[in-house]
Ligand binder design. Sequence first.
Ligand code: DAT
Ligand code: MG
Length: 229
Amino acid sequence: MEAVTVFGGGRPCLSSSSIRSSQPERTCSLSCSHKPIIRTQYRHLAAFSSNSHLFSNISSRKTLTKPHIFLPHLVASLENVEESYIMIKPDGVQRGLVGEIISRFEKKGFKLIGLKLFQCPKELAEEHYKDLSAKPFFPTLIDYITSGPVVCMAWEGVGVVASARKLIGSTNPLQAEPGTIRGDLAVQTGRNVVHGSDSPENGKREIALWFNEGEVIQWTSTLAPWLRE
Ligand code: DAT
Ligand code: MG
């Protein structure tokens, strides 16, 4: 529940740079029992002051020492936070499209929680695409994905999996809508520059597959209150 920190300007234990394990367990929760006595010390981390309307203590200075109660609708929205594995394929790296592609996800408003340049071994490529192993193009696909470095990314956000698929566009770039990554930047299925998870479950599975423990970072974006009400 990192948004508690963003809105409340809370202690750093709820904020940036807590490195997580490979499994996407959230490290902080509303049950955190720390008293907010050093709130002002970390006020610069909060985009909103701690008497934001999102908290139940807006009217009284005295209640500042009591634990804040988050409004239920916001807690409900946080429950739908997903993770998607996005990968810039070797053609995207070779063509100098890394910045362009990362930028599209950043501008949309998703949060980058993992990023690395990586030479993919054949076994990993085969595991990643194992559902396609019976397809005639499978060997070509594995050769392509292992032909040069890829950029591995983990992105977090409400609805990020389906939205990333829309940002990426159709598998065949000639059928992808203009404005999508594939629609704007590619012409052939076998060189479609980017991968995106097709379900929240696969998002988690693929992030665990491509990232080692400690490589995915939980951090608090100061933009959060400007992206979601
Ligand atoms: P997507 O990458 O849009 O999720 P997919 O999961 O069906 O598409 O396929 C994975 C990759 O395999 C795809 O990005 C490119 C390759 N591929 C899919 N269909 C193909 C085909 N008919 N010929 C050649 N490569 C194909
Ligand atoms: Mg796919």
